[in-house]
Design a protein around this ligand. Structure first.
Ligand SMILES: Cc1cc2nc3c(=O)[nH]c(=O)nc-3n(C[C@H](O)[C@H](O)[C@H](O)COP(=O)(O)OP(=O)(O)OC[C@H]3O[C@@H](n4cnc5c(N)ncnc54)[C@H](O)[C@@H]3O)c2cc1C
Length: 399
């Protein structure tokens, strides 16, 4: 079919060639052999144009074009898919790289942060950062020397000693009720009968958070080793300290009623615990202090006890008993602490009585009479007045 439609075109081409020859008027060949070339090219162009038109209109050609188009489309889609895949793979690779880069920058940031953490902390400390915990001057397992700053007389045999810490910003630390141990700074200066250094506990009367120093209220005993050593210290000299030692871990509202029985200088642990409890608004614990002394002027911290009783009349009561009470106007108790005296001040409410805790700290004779002696570092059995009243180790703590 395609060939039969080209025959008329060849005829037209031959006719056109004849017309061109007749117009030139001679039949000699063109100079250079190309005299008819423009005509030939023109005819060839016409034939090409005709062919193109013919092919465009021909259904077979259109089918072929359509097939080609579909094939091309398919190839284009394949290429697009391939590009899409490559793009996705590229994006995934980029994302992985980005994540890796983020990870690396995070690591770097942390390194930088770590680098600057130390110096900032030092700076904060130097600036007295209010959020930072204060440093404790006492060390639990080592002896540290504190310098005696000043001595103030309290009564005829007791003085208040202020010892300063090497760092004026540090505190003693420790919770109610805790004590600290003392020893002579020169270990050979104060030895017991067995040739070992004399070590004695004391409870500071200063607050555990007080900065720069601590205060001890020390009663001097005529034959006492440590109390005499401290009494002989001059300002500028030192005493070795260790602690704090938690003697009893006080918890607010642990019991309804606390009864403290003290004698002489063994009153400071009671003062620390009771004043701490009364300072806590959420603590409802009631306290009774039975404090035994020889004469009225021996009552240590009396102004403090009377102040606390006035401030907390529903929570604190102080009872003083004296061996030698004043001849007149003595409203307190007389003589040693007995079973009857303790019973008199016990809460009348049975439930509250069952929820009562006793604390004892005093001279050896008082331990024996009130609760039985301690067994070395152990509490020992409850004997004496409290034992007779039926109390056991669950109800009694010996400082
Ligand atoms: C937890 C705790 C906290 C203490 N806190 C303080 C405190 O803050 N201030 C303070 O001054 N003391 C306090 N003491 C008592 C202190 O530890 C000493 O026992 C006291 O200073 C006497 O020691 P000394 O070496 O001078 O006497 P020592 O050489 O032990 O005894 C010599 C003689 O002194 C007499 N004696 C000793 N202690 C007493 C006493 N308590 N009552 C009556 N006579 C006694 C005895 O006759 C004894 O034979 C506390 C005790 C404890 C357990």
């Amino acid at each position: 079919m395609f060939r039969s439609r080209t025959a008329p075109l060849a005829k037209q081409f031959a006719g056109a060639q004849r017309q061109v020859l007749s117009r030139r008027g001679y039949a000699s060949p063109d100079a250079g052999g190309g005299g008819n070339m423009p005509l030939v090219l023109g005819l060839a162009g016409l034939a090409g144009l005709g062919g193109y038109v013919y092919l465009q209109r021909n259904p077979s050609t259109q089918a072929a074009i359509s097939a080609n188009k579909n094939e091309a489309l398919g190839r284009a889609e394949d290429a697009a898919d391939s590009l899409k895949g490559k793009a996705q793979a590229g994006a995934a690779a980029l994302s992985a790289n980005a994540n890796e880069a983020i990870g690396r920058s995070k690591d770097k940031a942390q390194e930088v942060k770590d680098d600057v953490k130390g110096p900032f902390d030092e700076e904060r400390k130097a600036m007295g950062n209010p959020g930072a915990a204060p440093v404790e001057a006492l060390i639990k397992n080592s002896w540290v020397d504190f310098k005696l700053e000043k001595v103030e007389p309290y009564n005829h045999n007791t003085k208040i000693y202020t010892f300063s810490f090497p760092d004026s910003e540090s505190i003693a630390g420790g919770k109610a009720a805790s004590a600290l141990l003392t020893k002579a700074s020169d270990p050979q200066a104060l030895l017991d009968d067995k040739g070992k250094p004399v070590i004695r506990p004391y409870t500071p009367i200063s607050h555990s958070d007080e900065k720069g120093n601590l205060r001890l209220l020390v009663k001097e005993y005529p034959t006492g080793k440590m109390s005499k050593h401290i009494a002989n210290l001059k300002p500028g000299e030192t005493l070795a300290f260790k602690g704090p030692i938690q003697k009893y871990e006080y918890k607010p509202n642990e019991f309804a009623h606390g009864v403290t029985i003290g004698g002489g200088s063994g009153i400071t642990p009671m003062y620390q615990m009771i004043s701490h409890s009364l300072s806590l608004p959420e603590d409802k614990t009631k306290w009774t202090l039975i404090f035994a002394n020889v004469t009225e002027k021996d009552i240590l911290l009396r102004e403090e006890w009377d102040r606390l009783a006035k401030q907390h009349p529903d929570r604190f009561k102080a009872v003083y008993t004296l061996d030698n009470p004043p001849f007149m106007l003595w409203k307190g108790e007389k003589g040693f602490v007995t079973k009857e005296m303790i019973s008199k001040y016990l809460p009348s409410d049975h439930n509250e009585k069952a929820n009562t805790k006793f604390f004892v700290c005093g001279p050896p004779g008082q331990y024996a009479a009130v609760c039985g002696p301690k067994d070395g570092m152990k509490q020992g059995e409850i004997k004496g007045a409290l034992g007779e009243l039926g109390y056991t180790n669950d109800n009694v703590f010996k400082f």
